[in-house]
Write a protein that binds this ligand. Structure first.
Ligand code: NDP
Length: 280
């Protein structure tokens, strides 16, 4: 675990990455456009590369963590990449990842794309999920957290990242909707939160079984039929309207189920809605 590593980009995340490498004993070279941001890391034992060329020449694997993909291309467009191994942990979408992989490989670099599903303070703990895709890594990124290599397609890490974001914000929106409803009855957020947490965990437990239905393309109503679900959805819409809280999310949920029922799926189970999600 003591292979040398270089970190380009010392924002909130890049600094956390460099710090975790140092803590795990990796000789760590750092570079940042605003060099002053490196001072704390240098005091902790990092070597500050004076130029981007010097940073790349340090050898070992180069971790890139900038604001976005255009910033990465901007920074590395004139750099000598021949023989370099780049691990780009900058957030973006799968198209940007695949394009950047092709661009880097054309210039003689070995390129892995990655995504960080964690906040800076959790980097270096098992809680930090680091996704990688592209050629198999020859460098152990275990110092950063729980690392998964998802496959050869360099777009996969970003795709999982974006898929995970829809999960995260959907759960948070659902919780805020319920919180707004309950506040009208004087129930505060902290009182509802443990109940909401229990529901979310229960629903999360259904995913593997529902995934089997999606993969088989067969949706027998083992627990509940969509036409039963949609009656509960109507309560959710009506209650939100009656309470004078926002009803957009309840209406969206019901509209998708209504469409699936109109298409003849009322007797099937909820995951049949995959058909609504699979098209624009
Ligand atoms: P910051 O805004 O703190 O840092 C951005 C970094 O990018 C700085 O080092 C900045 O340099 C550099 N940069 C931006 N544009 C350029 C450029 N054109 N040329 C050279 N360097 C440039 O962002 P974070 O560190 O928080 O985020 C970095 C990446 O990590 C993002 O893609 C983000 O989505 C991802 N991420 C962040 C998380 C977080 O919680 N912070 C969570 C998960 C992913 P300078 O210091 O000179 O401005």
């Amino acid at each position: 675990t003591t292979a040398p590593v270089t970190v380009l980009g010392l924002g909130l995340m890049g600094t956390a990455l460099a710090r975790a490498f140092l803590a795990a004993g990796h000789p760590t070279t750092v570079w940042n456009r605003t060099a002053a941001k490196a001072s704390a890391l240098v005091a902790e034992g990092a070597r500050l590369a004076p130029t981007i060329g010097d940073a790349l020449a340090a050898g070992g694997t180069t971790i890139v963590c900038l604001t976005d993909y255009p910033a990465v291309r901007d920074l590395l467009d004139d750099a000598a990449l021949e023989g370099a191994t780049l691990v780009n942990l900058t957030s973006g979408d799968s198209g940007q990842a695949r394009e950047t992989a092709a661009w880097a490989e054309k210039r003689g670099a070995r390129y892995l794309d990655g995504a960080i599903m964690a906040i800076p303070s959790s980097i270096g703990t098992d809680e930090a999920v680091i996704l990688l895709s592209g050629p198999l890594p020859d460098f152990d990124l275990g110092a950063l957290g729980t690392v998964s290599h998802l496959g050869e397609d360099p777009g996969l890490a970003s795709l999982y990242d974006v898929a995970g974001l829809t999960m995260m914000w959907s759960v948070l929106n659902a919780w805020l909707q319920g919180t707004a409803m309950l506040k009208t009855a004087g129930v505060d957020a902290a009182t509802y939160a443990p109940f909401a947490q229990q529901i979310a965990a229960g629903v999360a437990g259904w995913l593997p079984g529902y995934a089997e239905q999606v993969d088989k393309g067969s949706f027998p109503a083992e627990v509940s039929a969509l036409e039963t679900d949609v009656r509960a959805m109507a309560h959710m819409v009506e209650e939100s309207e009656a309470l004078g809280v926002n009803a957009e999310l309840p209406k969206l949920i019901k509209a998708m189920a209504d469409r699936a029922i109109a298409a003849g799926h009322g007797g099937e189970q909820y995951p049949v809605l995959i058909r609504e999600f699979e098209r624009p």
